[in-house]
Structures are given as C-alpha cells and as structure tokens.
Design a protein around this ligand. Structure first.
Ligand code: GDP
Ligand code: MG
Ligand code: K
Length: 281
C-alpha cells in the first residue's frame, strides 16, 4: 500500500483532535485543557490502498507570532514535510479561521481544507459556496462533521487526489498584497535567491513576507545564508520604505492585506441569512 503523511493544522477548537481520534481510532482528550506539552500526536489510518500517518498538531490562530505552538507547527510543516497539510477550519468562524489559511498559501505546500463543524453552518440560514471559494484559492474544501465522522471518507479521498496531483482546482495562488508590498517582496526575494546554497525548505516568497513582518525566527533561519547580512539589510530598507510610504507598521500592512483578501473572497461566496432559523418551528 502507499503511504501518505498528513498534518492537521488549524485554530484551537476547530475539531482537529476529534478528527484525529475518529480517523485513527485513538482516544486523545478533546476540548480545552491546560498544561499540555507541545507535541504532535501520531496516529495511523487506512483507506482503500492507502496508509495515512496523521499528526495532530497544536492549535494556532496564525504562524506569525513568536509562540512555541506556532513555531512548532511551522517547523513541523517545513522540516517534517508532510505530504499533505489538512487545514481544519471551523465553518462557524470562517473569517478568523481563514487567516491561518492565507499563511499556508504563502508557504506553497499541498493543502486540503476540512470545512469542519459543517453541521453548525447548516443550522444557520447561510449560503456558502465553498466549492467556489476552493476554486478561488486553489485549495479543495471538503465539508466535515468530525464529531459524527461525516465527510471523512471524502476528505481522505481528496487528500489522495491532491497528493497524486489529480485535482484540477489545485494551484498555488499568490495573495496580492498590493503594488508597494509586492515590490518589496520581489526585491527581498531577489536578494535571498543570490545564495544558491540557501535552505530550500521554505519558498523565497514566504521568507520575504516573513521578513517584512519582522519575524525573528525567520531572521534566525536565514543566518546560514552566505549573504545573510545583505538579505537583512535589504529587508529592513524595504520595511522602512513601506512604512514611510503607507504610514503603518509593515506587519500590520501585511495582516490587513490578508484580512482584506479573506473579506473579498467571502463576499463573493458567503451570504449570511437575514436571521438564523428558529428551532422547532
Ligand atoms: P481541537 O482543539 O482543534 O483539537 O478541537 P477538538 O477536537 O478538541 O474539538 C473542539 C470541540 O468541538 C469538541 O467539543 C468537539 O466535540 C467539537 N466538535 C468537533 N468537531 C465537530 C463538528 O463537526 N461539529 C460540532 N458541532 N462539534 C464538533
Ligand atoms: Mg486538539
Ligand atoms: K462548537
């Protein structure tokens, strides 16, 4: 049988552990609890001819800020290189959950979105064209109700398709950060690419965006580049240029652009109802 490694990534309480338990038959604790160590729970699952090695990663709202959980998730993706990242998204909290998705898009990796808590969305009077959203962002979206095991067969079939590059909607989009930021990204990318021996675990676009966010961990990561000092100087010059030009902190400008992208995509695909359906009526 063929092996596929899968990492579950998503906000806290999006249902990652529930999905993990259902698929792997394990009994990890679900829900909020304090004092957990930061690690990945590993489990196995079989479907058809495939054997999946699944990692349940710590919940994070982003992979930008310097917290041990976020760093753990980021390093797991870049260094362990799961074949497919499953971004578990809480369907009743789309705007906030999709922020992390924009960062996965920057990383240029294979992603499938599990649109979890789909039951909660169905109880509301909303229309959400998730297929269209998936086409727009180049990432397939599969509705799931992890607590009932619903949609998981479809989810794992989609993981196989994406892994084997058989899903025509998959493509790597660039979030458009606007002309000024795009110019800065491109300038930094050019500098990073001058070192042929650089760490190729990360795309140069991702690294450049992270440098514009003044991400200390990414600065550390680039220390092994032969032109490290030049890269940092170019990045700092670009941060200064953007902040003078646009009058805000560079990392705020990037976050705003991500939220703008999400809002724009949801505006075209998500129609909230006038009211939520009354129970038992
Ligand atoms: P994690 O923090 O991402 O690992 O989330 P958990 O797996 O701990 O789930 C958080 C809560 O959501 C738990 O109470 C689950 O029972 C519940 N839950 C998980 N999936 C679903 C779902 O599809 N629908 C609903 N309604 N609840 C779910
Ligand atoms: Mg969990
Ligand atoms: K809930």
């Amino acid at each position: 049988s063929k092996n596929i490694s899968v990492a579950l990534v998503g906000n806290p309480n999006s249902g990652k552990t529930t999905l993990f338990n259902y698929a792997s038959g394990s009994k990890e604790r679900v829900g909020n609890y304090a004092g957990v160590t930061i690690d990945a729970k590993e489990g196995r699952f079989r479907q058809n001819d495939f054997s999946f090695r699944i990692s349940d990663l710590p919940g994070t709202y982003s992979i930008t800020e310097y917290s041990p959980e976020e760093l753990f998730v980021r390093n797991h993706i870049a260094e362990r290189k799961p074949d497919v990242v499953v971004n578990v998204v809480d369907a009743s909290n789309l705007e906030r959950n999709l922020y992390l998705t924009t960062q996965l898009i920057d990383m240029n990796i294979k992603v499938v979105i599990a649109l979890n808590m789909y039951d909660e969305l169905q109880q509301k009077d909303v229309k959400f064209d998730y297929k269209r959203l998936g086409e727009m962002i180049g990432i397939p979206i599969v509705p799931t109700v992890a607590s009932k095991g619903k949609g998981l067969k479809e989810l794992f079939n989609k993981i196989i398709e994406v892994h084997e590059e058989r899903d025509p909607i998959v493509r790597h989009i660039h979030i458009n950060y606007g002309a000024d930021i795009e110019q800065a990204i491109s300038t930094i990318q050019t500098e990073i690419k001058k070192d042929e021996t650089r760490n190729k675990n990360y795309s140069t676009r991702y690294l450049s965006i992270k440098l514009l966010e003044d991400d200390k961990n990414t600065q550390e990561l680039l220390k092994s580049n032969t032109n490290y000092e030049d890269v940092l100087k170019v990045a700092n010059d670009e941060i200064g240029r953007l902040e003078r030009l646009l009058g805000d902190k560079s990392e705020t400008l990037i976050a705003d652009a991500k939220y703008g992208f999400i809002a724009g995509a949801l505006k075209q695909t998500y129609k909230p109802g006038a009211q939520t359906r009354r129970e038992n009526s």
